[in-house]
Ligand binder design. Structure first.
Ligand SMILES: NC(=O)C1=CN([C@@H]2O[C@H](COP(=O)(O)OP(=O)(O)OC[C@H]3O[C@@H](n4cnc5c(N)ncnc54)[C@H](O)[C@@H]3O)[C@@H](O)[C@H]2O)C=CC1
Ligand SMILES: CC(=O)[C@H](N)C(=O)O
Length: 375
């Protein structure tokens, strides 16, 4: 598969480069007057939150923008800030409609110099860091997940701190583990995830908060539940079944589920997720009592989802063939997410519960499939 080959090549390059972290450090120290790696004591901390004036539009860069979430986020942000103020980037080739919908640029987050050029040349003020390997693909390629999710994040943090960017990095329900309280899971509790994905996301939360306190980096982070979208495909996670069921139900009337029928996980419709992202990015700093928030909308099991879909498509046939890797991951994740801090601090509120989600997904995929048949 070309994408997998490209990713593996990138990872090998990063991992085999002599002291790949040190190379980045050398670049930062040589060319930048202020670098987190140069600041020797807290009183010198001199990275101030964006010189961005609230009356100006931000200039946004989205990394890993061709995955499940990036294209939708770019569409939302472009509507608000103008088409040319939001740049999508990825290491993959964009489909034609994405390429023509606004600025797209190649960016490998493991290439620090290239990242810095993009930020400088485009006068970026906000960075949304979406590049990652998700939970299931991460377990299948730990070395690559470590490079992209951890080394890549280090590059992003340094670039954001050096250039005074507002930085958004999503975390996940996967940042919790079997020893966390699971029903519900609060913002602050034991976090001992058992996947490289989860470990890298806890690392991202802690590093972002550290850079915020140490260097004044304007770091903002939401822990997303499993995200469900109709017009973009998930990238290899544990919650992917909750997207696939809609496509299979409409196209074949049959669905094989890879999680047990009673596996309960927090989930959210993509529109709520993207709106939450916009809201946390726009929230005045003084409303944020924390820098990493849980957000939630609903929580369901495969069995409950099937029952809701069958209200619309009663002939849907469902079988279960459990994937042991995904099942073990799901069994260690939150069942319900406590997002009361987000609701109190910056008035987070979801719009979609399970019935609206199912109706919206079936309407979208159904009309798309009718259109395809007619053409
Ligand atoms: N989709 C979901 O259900 C959830 C997503 N998130 C987080 O949201 C973010 C976006 O998620 P998705 O869009 O679903 O992910 P995805 O897996 O669909 O897309 C990730 C993108 O990162 C790109 N990428 C990989 N290596 C790269 C590199 N070296 N340089 C630049 N780009 C690279 C890939 O080409 C891909 O387009 C991720 O950080 C993920 O952890 C968190 C919780 C739930
Ligand atoms: C919840 C997530 O972070 C993602 N969808 C995954 O299942 O890995």
């Amino acid at each position: 598969m070309p994408v997998v080959r490209a990713l593996t090549k990138v990872a090998k390059k990063a991992l085999l480069a002599p002291g790949c972290g040190c190379q980045v450090s050398a670049v930062a120290v040589r060319h930048v007057s202020f670098s987190p790696r140069q600041v020797s004591n807290a009183s010198d901390a001199s990275f101030h939150s964006v010189s961005f004036s609230e009356t100006d539009h931000p200039k946004v860069l989205i990394t890993g923008g061709l995955g499940q979430l990036g294209v939708g986020l770019a569409k939302l942000l472009r509507k608000r800030y103008g088409k040319n103020n939001v740049i999508l980037s990825d290491i993959r080739k964009p489909p034609t409609h994405v390429f023509h919908s606004g600025p797209f640029i190649y960016s490998d987050i493991l290439d620090y110099k290239n990242l810095r050029e993009i930020v400088v040349n485009n006068r970026i003020t906000w960075l949304v860091h979406y590049s990652a390997l998700l939970s299931a693909v991460g377990e299948a390629n730990v070395a690559l997940a470590r490079a992209v999710n951890i080394t890549g994040l280090h590059n992003i943090l340094d670039i954001a701190a050096e250039h005074g960017l507002r930085l958004f990095v999503p975390s996940t329900i996967g940042a919790f583990g079997p020893t966390s309280p699971r029903n519900p899971t609060p913002d602050l509790c034991v976090q001992r995830p058992r996947t490289i994905y989860g470990v890298s996301k806890v690392h991202a939360e802690l590093m972002g908060e550290y850079y915020h306190h140490r260097y004044g980096l304007d770091f903002r982070c939401l822990r997303y539940p499993g995200i469900i979208s109709a017009d973009s495909q998930p990238g290899g996670g544990t919650t992917d079944y909750a997207v696939q069921i809609f496509h299979d139900a409409v196209k074949t009337g049959k669905f094989e589920c890879n999680l047990k029928p009673d596996t309960r996980l927090p989930m959210m419709y993509i529109d709520d997720c993207l709106r939450a992202t916009l809201e946390i990015m726009e929230a005045p700093a003084e409303t944020l009592s924390m820098r990493t928030y849980n957000i939630n909308a609903m929580s369901f099991t495969p069995d409950e989802l099937v029952q809701e879909v069958q209200k619309q498509l009663p002939d849907l046939q469902v079988t279960y063939k459990i994937d042991p890797v995904r099942q073990a991951i799901a069994d260690s994740w939150p069942m319900n997410f406590d997002d009361s801090n987000a609701r109190n601090d910056w008035s987070w509120k979801h719009d979609y519960d399970l019935p609206e989600l199912v109706q919206t997904m079936l309407n979208f995929i159904g009309s798309e499939s009718q259109f395809a048949q007619a053409n």
